[in-house]
Design a protein around this ligand. Structure first.
Ligand SMILES: [Zn+2]
Length: 293
């Protein structure tokens, strides 16, 4: 994907090397769903699903539903590392900073067209462990988004893992990863992720997992929208690279590799086929309205 002409985002922070991290609550990531505290069952999850769908259609279809959340304060430089300028300096970081800038521009246009106010996300680079607005987290969980501070968190070592362990190479595979986390940012702005996490707190584990799959597939679809809205930037092989990455990180594929079998009730992100279909849907239409929850 051609990104060279894009100024990297100014909303970038270098969080440096972390120590002693644990699992952060409430984060949304690319691979694994962090353990949540599940409470009693309720039977009204469909209401939340419908509300989530209304949030999207209300916004993108010109309806009057106000689903915005209060934007977090933007911080220009980190408490634990360099300012935005140095955070985006190296190859993989520079590329991700450009993707963030492209995503902010693209989504801002979409929000403006729908008469809604957009607020940008921040990208936080770290190595090992990091203290996010959602608690401490380790790079072992993969890249993630923290709704509380509107932050995408990325240890770029994950890109080596993507290449070597998941056999998903190429820039579009990496761009898909960042675009997926930005999909969670959009869900946060729409209020969808908040509704889902409240419903999950009351749901059975199986129901909570089902909600998680729907949320993750919508984030994949939103990632596709970023590609679809910037078709002129696509180069040969980009779509295949994105699809290869989506295929590699499907729950069924990951479980088959690590456990030798699949347990669909434990899926949190969707199957490889579902993830590829969601990415393709957003990509082909370029329309977030197709990314139903
Ligand atoms: Zn995710």
């Amino acid at each position: 994907m051609r990104l060279d002409d894009i100024d990297p985002t100014r909303n970038a922070r270098d969080r440096g090397f972390g120590g002693g991290g644990g699992g952060g609550g409430g984060i949304m990531n690319l691979l694994f769903f962090l353990p949540m505290i599940f409470g009693r069952k309720v039977g009204c999850l469909m209401i939340v699903v419908i509300l989530g769908a209304m949030a999207v259609f209300g916004m993108f279809g010109g309806g009057g539903m106000n689903t915005g959340t209060t934007p977090a304060t933007q911080v220009a430089s980190g408490q634990n590392g360099g300012a935005a300028g140095t955070a985006c300096s190296t190859g993989a970081r520079l590329e991700s900073c450009r993707v963030m800038a492209l995503a902010d521009t693209t989504w801002e246009q979409i929000f403006q067209q729908a008469g809604q106010r957009y607020s940008p996300a921040t990208i936080n680079f770290f190595t090992g462990n990091v203290q996010s607005g959602c608690g401490a987290a380790s790079s072992a969980v993969g890249p993630f988004y923290c709704p509380a501070d509107h932050g995408v968190y990325l240890d770029t070592a994950f890109f080596d893992e993507l290449d070597q362990r998941f056999r998903a190479s190429g820039d579009a595979a990496r761009i898909y990863v960042v675009a997926h986390e930005m999909g969670h940012h959009i869900q946060n702005l729409l209020g969808t992720s908040g509704q889902v996490s409240r419903a999950q707190a009351r749901a059975s584990e199986t129901e909570a997992n089902r909600l998680s799959v729907a949320l993750e597939l919508q984030a994949d679809c939103f990632a596709g929208v970023l590609f679809g809205r910037n078709r002129a930037r696509l180069e040969g092989g980009d779509i295949e690279e994105g699809m290869t990455a989506a295929n590699a990180i499907g729950d069924d594929t990951l479980q088959r590799q690590s456990q030798g079998g699949v347990r669909p009730e434990t899926f949190t992100h969707g199957t490889s086929a579902q993830r590829m279909a969601a990415l393709r849907k957003g990509l082909e239409s370029g329309d977030p309205g197709v990314c139903t929850f």
